[in-house]
Ligand binder design. Structure first.
Ligand code: FAD
Length: 136
């Protein structure tokens, strides 16, 4: 299986209804394609992990990459995996506020322009994502 982690910036801020529509489509497609993962949204920025069969993950990421609702993609990690980290979720979701970010966590959204400083982007992204999974 393949796991991808990326950040992107919304072309325009998403309304609650737009986020819900996006999630509905994503969950429907991901369930069909055996893809799991998690999506965080904060102030116009997305952080997403996609995991599943390699062909399906690459096809989904290609579709997401053509979506004009967001851009400025930065791929944080691409890894082959044996075990899913988000196996319960066709696409877990949290809308995050700055105040909610757990203390001591790397603030991924603020660090998007200095991501090359990260020693292990995958570990740090998962640490960040799983913090929100625990409080979801
Ligand atoms: P369609 O049936 O063609 O579209 C479903 C609905 O989505 C439409 O009715 C419309 O309301 C809306 N929509 C689709 N494209 C646009 C657009 N360009 N502008 C405005 N509204 C639009 N897709 C996945 O399958 N899995 C994912 O995990 C996933 N994650 C995403 C994460 C982000 C941050 C973003 C921005 C998009 C994501 N998408 C994901 C959506 C993806 O980009 C495609 O829009 C979607 O996969 C198209 O699927 P479809 O052909 O079944 O949808």
């Amino acid at each position: 299986m393949l796991s991808l982690v990326y950040v992107s910036a919304a072309a325009q801020p998403f309304s609650e209804a737009e986020l819900q529509a996006l999630l509905e489509t994503s969950r429907r497609n991901n369930q069909r394609d055996n893809i799991t993962g998690m999506l965080l949204y904060r102030d116009g920025d997305f952080l997403q992990v996609l995991e599943g069969p390699e062909d399906a993950v690459r096809a989904t990421y290609a579709r997401i990459g053509r979506d004009r609702r967001h851009g400025r993609f930065i791929m944080l990690d691409e890894s082959h995996i044996d075990t899913r980290a988000f196996n319960q979720w066709a696409m877990g979701f949290r809308r995050v506020t700055a105040a909610e970010s757990p203390e001591g966590f790397v603030d991924f959204f603020n660090r998007r322009h200095a991501l090359s400083d990260l020693v292990d982007p995958r570990a740090e992204a998962f640490h960040f994502l799983q913090g929100f999974r625990r409080i979801a």
